[in-house]
Design a protein around this ligand. Structure first.
Ligand code: XMP
Length: 333
């Protein structure tokens, strides 16, 4: 609308003034904030922006391709995709402790991003290097001291909006979303032409499937989990609640599948199976500090379960998590 149109014009003018003819690097994660920041900065300065997308191999099904298709394909932004799946999986081999896994993933993420940023900063043959680092910091990230954020929530942010990174890299900071609340960031994203489904996505943790595969992370587990989770999300989007007219995806705050590295017995055709178990998790919450498990319709659970077991060979049992937070957490790790 008109107000948002005006806002975009002003924001674009501010970015152009701040950046001048210099170059900007932005870490694209596929999340809402970095996506909207990228779209806005690209609108302002086009090819003076280079996005770096670190694919740690723990993203959801086709997510990396979708990010590339959106930003490189549709917006024609410069995007460097760093395929670091082998590096991450290699370092995670044998590691089972959730916090250790988080540290490894977060640390590697910073290392890989820094290496790319350093190359872009150095520039090449006559081409001067980048001088700005852009981040999708939003207002609630800025007012961390408000008392509503847990320590964990703060660490979370340090995963992608890496504290101290601009200084370490000797880059100036560009944070065009600093004054906006989440709702405003979403509206801005839609006004900039990002797809509704991308802008209204559930939050996804920085360590990704790394904390949704219990214990040791293995590529085979991640592949099974990705396919099961894609079925769950597809059915949540397709199931419309007749009372509200909304999809069950929109009626839940976060929904995902967890891979349990235990095997249980099943029957399929004439044979016995001995395969893995997944748990479906769907919660409703206003602040993610407390959360209720969502009372999804049985018909929806039934369909998801039967599709996962029939379509994902290697999983023969689906369970639904009926634990509230507290005392359980939303994620299983
Ligand atoms: P819990 O499991 O603590 O999750 O109830 C609360 C919210 O935080 C997200 N979460 C994370 N996000 N890095 C992130 O970026 C993390 O390590 C992490 N751990 C939990 C979780 O998805 C939920 O939205």
């Amino acid at each position: 609308d008109w107000i948002m149109g005006n806002y975009i014009e002003e924001a674009v003018a501010r970015i152009r003034e701040q950046v001048g003819d210099e170059e900007v690097i932005l870490g694209l994660s596929g999340g809402v904030d970095s996506s909207v920041a990228a779209a806005l900065i690209h609108r302002a300065i086009g090819d003076q922006l280079t996005c770096v997308f670190v694919d740690h191999g723990l993203l959801r099904l086709n997510e990396g391709d979708m990010v590339m298709e959106m930003f490189a394909g549709r917006l024609h932004a410069k995007v460097i995709r760093v395929d670091a799946a082998d590096l991450f999986l290699g370092q995670l081999a044998g590691v089972t402790d959730p916090e250790k896994k988080r540290k490894i993933i977060g640390g590697l993420f910073v290392d890989v991003f820094k290496a790319e940023a350093a190359k872009l900063k150095a520039g090449d043959g006559g081409h001067k290097g980048a001088t700005f680092l852009a981040q999708g910091t939003i207002y609630p990230d800025v007012v961390e001291s408000g008392g509503t954020k847990t320590k964990k929530a703060t660490t979370i942010k340090s995963h992608h909006n890496v504290g101290g990174l601009p200084e370490q890299l000797g880059l100036k900071l560009l944070e065009p979303l600093r004054e906006l609340f989440k709702d405003e960031v979403r509206e801005l994203g839609v006004a900039l032409g990002l797809p509704h489904d991308m802008v209204y996505r559930h939050p996804f943790p920085g360590p990704g499937l790394g904390v949704r595969i219990l214990g040791e992370v293995k590529k085979d587990y991640a592949d099974l989990l990705r396919r099961a989770d894609a079925i769950f999300i597809e059915e949540l989007r397709a199931a419309i609640d007749p009372h509200s007219g909304k999809s069950w995806y929109d009626l839940t705050s976060q929904a995902f599948t967890v891979f349990l590295p235990v095997k249980s017995v099943g029957v399929m055709g004439d044979g016995r199976t001995y395969d893995y178990v997944v748990a479906l998790r769907a919660v409703q919450t206003s602040d993610f500090m407390t959360a209720d498990w969502a009372e999804l319709p049985y018909s929806l659970l039934k369909k998801v379960s039967s599709r996962i077991i029939n379509e994902v060979r290697g999983i023969n049992r689906v369970t639904y998590d009926v634990s509230s937070k507290p005392p359980a957490t939303i994620e299983w790790e």
